[in-house]
Design a protein. Structure first.
Length: 162
């Protein structure tokens, strides 16, 4: 499931104007979401004992690409997985930030960026002066390093958020 998820994203990002690829992307996400719901309903959040470390990481990736209600549903499960040492804290931080931004709230860790129309800046965040402290506590590097990497990936220059 993760391989299909990543393959369609790679193809669609290489050809962003191809509507057929975007339709395929949506179909892959819908199929994966249906299967993830079945898995969570039957077994709960995957553990390392159940699916291995790579499987836990795959569950996280697929959850990021699911609809907002599903991500909200599994967020507490992810936190328990972090607390058990099975999911990196930085992945949970990304999920938390994503749900906050989807809910029109400020993010906590600065993982979500505006990369549209030439922008490359973090979306609004709580207490930006202490974001690096929060990032360090959850296992992430400084926001400036993340911004540089992300913006380079999108071929953009980091800008200050307003």
């Amino acid at each position: 499931m993760k391989d299909a998820d990543q393959a369609i994203r790679k193809r669609a990002l290489a050809d962003p104007k191809n509507e057929a690829l975007h339709a395929e992307w949506n179909a892959v996400d819908a199929k994966n979401l249906a299967r993830m719901k079945e898995i969570i309903d039957r077994y709960g959040w995957p553990t390392v004992a159940m699916v291995g470390k790579d499987g836990v990481g795959a569950a996280w990736t697929l959850s990021q690409h699911a609809d907002p209600p599903f991500l909200h549903r599994v967020l507490p499960m992810m936190k328990k997985s972090v607390d058990a040492g099975e999911l990196p804290g930085g992945l949970y931080a990304t999920s938390l930030d994503r749900t906050l931004i989807q809910d029109k709230q400020k993010q906590v860790y600065g993982s979500q960026f505006d990369t549209q129309n030439g922008h490359c800046q973090p979306l609004p965040m709580e207490d930006p002066d202490h974001v690096d402290d929060r990032r360090k506590a959850i296992g992430l590097g400084p926001l400036s390093e993340y911004a540089k990497q992300l913006c380079e990936m999108y071929h953009l220059t980091p800008t200050k958020s307003d």
